[in-house]
Design a protein around this ligand. Structure first.
Ligand SMILES: O=C(O)CCC(=O)C(=O)O
Ligand SMILES: [Fe+2]
Length: 407
């Protein structure tokens, strides 16, 4: 950089001064041994970072960032004031989600449970599932192996980094790191689960028990999804016992459908009020099954307020996705949710997103359309969804909004 007095040099000098100032603040406040409460730092910065090297660092993810010994949230992660969590007092409460007893749903009280399911999907778009029957060992092993995956050195995790949104295995950071202006405080690993025999060899083989644990878990959640979908169809008044009708088809399409597992890691954050683990979004599929462990962080938007979903032991949080909103012609709504981070500990969650296959069109069920309730959504498919998320910064329910018909 030259020191001649034109305006770009002046800007460059200002940038330099800012970087030096930033660096001085970092070294003043950073004691390498006590930065990220989860792990000890592997790398301490020794030279002044310029804007490009900072950008490269952010692309490596937030676990890596914590490992460098930061004590403050860098600007890249600081949300505009009105988007920060906890700005409004009303956003500080908890929500008691409807509880669906999975075992009871398959017993003599099924019709009662199916009614509660309908109410939950209409009024909340979310519910908690208890008595799901997935063995405790499988869940415990899954949580453990996912934690060990995120604890591996950056180079191991980085093998799965890809800018291709369609890659069957993808490690990344933020929401969409290619597009996000402000980054969120999350690293993730996404695993496509279909067709299993084809994708399995590309799943991480380290830690050694990773694949097996993920495989068992994906099979269990897929079975749970099929059973829940059956009940959801019944709750919409679509009886799946009639042969060869649309509902048979949709159940079959679900069986052959897509499943995406997303393991999320939200490291403890020095200034949790300035950023989010995930921005407000809805999920694209029919249903998402979420294992959120013991650490709270998930908030859903309900009646205009952001409310915390308190973790319930041995349960799953399940939510309606955009495709179910479309299929139900708007009777069930995919609800906005976001994730808060905290300064006390790292939070890990695993979401399993289920829908039809990538090539199948999702459209409102013809049986849910009539004169009083005209068709509200255009046909949609994964290709258009992927195109949408690859080409813009996904915000709130923008994709679904783009599928709405103006009737
Ligand atoms: O981590 C959570 O609690 C929510 C994760 C989530 O919303 C997602 O993966 O889509
Ligand atoms: Fe989500």
């Amino acid at each position: 950089m030259s020191l001649q007095g034109n305006s770009s040099t002046l800007i460059n000098t200002k940038v330099q001064m800012f970087v030096v100032l930033y660096y001085l603040i970092c070294i003043t406040y950073t004691t390498p041994k006590e930065n990220c409460k989860w792990r000890t730092p592997i790398e301490v910065q020794t030279k002044i970072p310029d804007a490009d090297s900072l950008e490269i660092q952010y692309q490596k993810g937030v676990i890596h960032l914590c490992d460098t010994g930061i004590k403050n949230v860098p600007n890249k992660y600081i949300l505009p004031v009105f988007e920060r969590p906890g700005e409004k007092k009303v956003d500080k409460g908890n929500i008691k989600l409807p509880v669906i007893d999975f075992a009871e749903m398959q017993g003599p009280n099924r019709s009662q449970v199916v009614k509660s399911l309908a109410k939950a999907c209409e009024e909340f778009g979310f519910f908690q599932v208890i008595n799901h029957g997935i063995p405790h060992d499988i869940l415990h092993e899954l949580e453990d192996v996912v934690r060990r995956f995120f604890e591996m050195p950056f180079e191991e995790r980085a093998k799965f980094m890809s800018t291709d949104m369609r890659a069957p295995v993808r490690y990344g950071t933020s929401f969409n790191q290619n597009k996000d202006g402000v980054f969120c405080w999350r690293d993730f690993l996404k695993l496509t689960c279909h067709p299993l025999s084809e994708v399995l060899p590309s799943w991480p083989s380290s830690p050694v028990d990773f694949r097996q644990a993920m495989l068992l878990y994906s099979k269990q959640t897929n079975m749970m999804f099929q059973t829940l979908m059956n009940a959801v169809l019944e709750s919409l008044g679509l009886d799946s016992t009639t042969e060869n009708d649309d509902e048979e088809d949709i159940l079959k399409q679900c069986e052959e459908g897509s499943q995406l597992m997303v393991a999320n890691c939200y490291p403890s954050c020095p200034e949790p009020d300035l950023t989010l683990g995930m921005p407000p979004h809805s999920d694209y599929g029919f249903l998402t099954l979420l294992l959120q462990g013991k650490a709270e962080g998930l908030q859903i938007q309900h009646k205009g307020k952001w409310l915390i979903v308190k973790p319930l032991a041995n349960s799953f949080v399940v939510n309606v996705g955009d495709h179910l909103e479309i299929f139900s012609n708007g009777r069930y709504k995919s609800v906005l949710h976001r994730v808060l981070v905290n300064s006390a500990r790292t939070r890990i969650s695993v979401a399993s997103l289920h829908s039809l296959s990538f090539s199948t069109t999702v459209r409102p069920s013809p049986k849910l359309i009539n004169e009083e309730n005209p068709r509200r959504y255009k046909d949609t498919d994964f290709a258009s969804f992927m195109e949408y998320v690859s080409s813009c910064e996904p915000k709130e329910k923008n994709f679904l909004e783009s599928r709405k018909l103006t009737c």
